[in-house]
Design a protein around this ligand. Structure first.
Ligand code: COA
Length: 333
């Protein structure tokens, strides 16, 4: 049975923001045993943006949200809630959402952070849409912002080349009948927790000199395992959306997948028979920005005119947890 809201809810505006500093593959080739050729061939990534000292997730998220508000033609006071999807909050508390609230000057909101790793944005979209569908509130801002450059050991060639920093934001509210979110599905399997994790800095291993010496504040992963499950998870849950809603894959105007590796995207799209020109791709220039990949890839696809009112679009994500999900929309503006 489809999971559709009792009132039509969709995205009515998007925004994005990236730090100015561009880090090319050649930067790593200068001090690590790697090359532009290896990174391009194995990941599709050519460059990424990294913050400079003092620039945090909330700075990126606030700017992306300001852009989305401007595009929608509304003021910060016109939103009722801010959900910030991130694995790299400015600090454990207060929430990055409350820091963004203060930065943009939104006075009628409640705010909180949500963490489902690389699936965060889709979980946040469903959560925000559910609040609107409840009828209790009118507009929610869902922001995906991450500073992944802080999680990678700069001397670990396996991980450092894969990640970038950035933010995307969307405004979620009621749309015309027949438009907006048509269906969604999310899954979590904690058995995948030992394939992608960061051990230090939480309640299990609070920060000490020892945890820092042991590099426990960096991300670790079994790349091959994650790759395999990402292709399986994203393609199977996307197939579920297509079949459950009796969509002919040819009707699908745009596929917006999480951007972790171009080969993961290509393998999932191949299984789903989605042609290259209908896939929103920004990993080449921005790498894996975790919570920001889907909203920024969507924003850039809209800028290129890849989506118009009435078009069917499918979002799909996979990340640590393992967590994964897909959301099917009929574009509403
Ligand atoms: N430059 C050069 N060599 C590198 C390298 C780099 N940047 N990173 C890894 N290698 C090496 C490895 O050390 C390994 O060397 P070895 O055989 O001597 O041990 C070799 O390349 C092959 O590694 P392998 O794991 O087979 O490569 P791969 O084709 O699977 O690509 C990833 C590695 C990490 C790019 C790929 O597995 C991947 O993208 N996995 C998913 C990761 C991900 O997206 N995580 C976040 C999910 S939300």
């Amino acid at each position: 049975m489809t999971k559709r809201f009792s009132i039509p809810v969709g995205i009515t505006a998007t925004g994005q923001h990236f730090p100015e500093k561009i880090v090319t593959n050649n930067y790593f080739a200068e001090y690590l045993d790697t090359s532009d050729e290896w990174i391009t061939e194995r990941t599709g990534i050519k460059e990424r943006r990294w913050v400079t000292q003092g620039e945090a997730s909330s700075d990126l998220g606030a700017k992306a949200l300001q852009m989305a508000l401007e595009r929608r033609g509304i003021r910060p006071d016109d939103i009722d809630a801010i959900i910030v999807c991130t694995v790299t909050p400015d600090m454990p508390f207060p929430s990055t959402a409350s820091i963004i609230q203060h930065k943009i000057g939104a006075s009628n909101v409640f705010c909180y952070d949500l963490n489902a790793a690389c699936s965060s944005f889709l979980y946040g979209l469903t959560t925000g849409a559910s609040l609107v569908a409840s009828g209790a509130i009118k507009r929610v801002a869902v922001v995906g912002c991450d500073v992944m450059s802080i999680l990678a050991d700069k001397n670990d060639r396996n991980n450092v080349v894969l990640f970038g920093d950035g933010a995307g934001a969307v405004i979620v509210e009621q749309v015309d009948e027949g438009y907006g979110i048509q269906d969604f599905e999310h899954r979590t399997d904690g058995a995948g927790g030992n394939s992608l994790y960061m051990l230090g800095g939480g309640s299990l291993n609070p920060a000490t000199h020892d945890t820092v010496d042991k590099k426990m504040h960096y991300l670790y992963q079994n790349g091959k395992e994650v790759f395999k499950y990402a292709v399986k998870g994203m393609s199977e849950i996307s197939r579920l959306m297509i079949d459950r809603n009796q969509i002919d894959p040819k009707e699908l105007k745009l596929f917006v997948p999480h951007q972790a590796n171009l080969r993961i995207i290509d393998a999932a799209a191949k299984r789903l028979e989605i042609p290259q020109e209908r896939i929103a791709i920004n990993i080449t220039r921005f790498a894996n920005t975790t919570s920001a990949t889907i909203p920024t890839a969507l924003h850039q696809a809209l800028e290129k005119g890849m989506l118009s009112k009435g078009d069917i679009t499918l979002f799909a994500a996979f990340g640590a947890g393992f967590s994964w999900g897909a959301t099917l929309l009929r574009w509403g503006y």
